[in-house]
Design a protein around this ligand. Structure first.
Ligand code: PYC
Length: 316
């Protein structure tokens, strides 16, 4: 396994959810499009993913973002998102963190920018006050009211939607979306993930649904709904999840419950808040998400050849 001497990262959080942007030291992945670059990362440099995300340099909840050269005209950069177990298509909170990181590095001023991801071109606007609005990839509701029998939970009815990742979105009565209920939220969402995998329930073209989103009510003065999102890698999103909020808005639109021009306020289990809205699109909706991210650290990671844990370790 080849390691660079060091990798420079900038850490931020978006409404509580961490993003670690790799800004220097990672060899440029080969490929003329973002999916090919992600595949090259996976086949040649996956040990750097674990080294950057896992303990002892990181922890399982971090989402990483590798910046590359852009692949579409006018884009500022390409971004490949990764986590403790693999690679993500899009990542809404992560994109907001990337934009704030680029501003922090002096590579971006308030205004509009487009970026390439493995699932398509996304756009962002950095506002003067530091808030960021992202325009996500076109999202859609794939199936409504899908029933699954979940051992230890009972029959769960949910909707399947694409928001840049695949989501199964359900309300489970009697499971409050509160941090004090974290163990139960993890148990229930993991059980749902196992049950939909076992039942062969997928997104379009047999793609694996790898995010489970529970929804519940919020205080009306604060938000329209609260969520808890289990991500691949058995970690939960501390933020309201940008792709999850996009998927949720696509479902609401499909059900006639969200119209263009209305704002959807999505709160997370930690109390993080996203504001979202949609534009109609022939294939579903174009979601917009607005939130704030804060830079928390700039770090040089070192990889001592004598370090037995230089590729990291994880229990997941
Ligand atoms: O914000 O889209 C998101 C996201 C996906 C996984 C973690 N955060």
């Amino acid at each position: 396994m080849k390691f660079p001497d060091s990798i420079v990262i900038v850490d931020s959080h978006t409404e509580g959810e961490p993003t670690r942007v790799v800004v220097e030291g990672w060899p440029a992945p080969a490929g003329s499009d973002m999916a090919a670059r992600r595949d090259d990362m996976r086949s040649s440099w996956d040990h750097l993913r674990t080294a950057v995300i896992h303990e002892p340099r990181g922890h399982d909840a971090i989402v990483g973002a590798l910046l590359t050269e852009p692949v579409t005209p006018g884009a500022l950069a390409g971004v490949i998102f990764f986590n403790n177990v693999g690679y993500l298509g899009m990542c809404g909170h992560g994109l907001i963190g990337v934009v704030r990181t680029l501003q922090h590095l002096g590579r971006l001023a308030p205004g509009d920018v487009t970026l390439d991801t493995t699932v398509g071109v996304v756009a962002a606007e950095l506002h003067d006050d530091g808030r960021v609005t992202i325009r996500n990839v076109v999202s859609h509701c794939h199936a409504r009211d899908v029933a699954v029998d979940v051992p230890g939970v009972g029959r769960v009815i949910g909707d399947i939607a694409w928001g840049g990742n695949w989501f199964f979105i359900a309300h489970v009565a009697g499971v409050p979306i509160e941090l004090t209920n974290l163990d139960e939220l993890m148990r229930v969402t993991r059980a749902i993930q196992e049950a939909i995998d076992a039942a062969g329930i997928t997104g379009a073209d047999g793609e694996r649904i790898d995010h489970i989103e529970l929804t519940g009510s919020a205080l009306p003065a604060v938000a329209d709904a609260r969520n808890f999102v289990l991500c691949p890698g058995a970690e939960y999103d501390r933020s309201p999840c940008g792709t999850g909020t996009s998927a949720k808005m696509a479902v609401l639109h499909a059900r006639g419950q969200l119209k263009p021009g209305s704002t959807w306020r999505q709160e997370s289990v930690t109390g993080g808040l996203f504001e979202g809205w949609i534009e109609e699109h022939p294939d579903g909706v174009t979601p917009y998400i607005r939130a704030r991210a804060h830079v928390t650290a700039e770090t040089v990671l070192r990889f001592d050849p004598a370090d037995p844990f230089r590729a990291g370790f994880s229990s997941k």
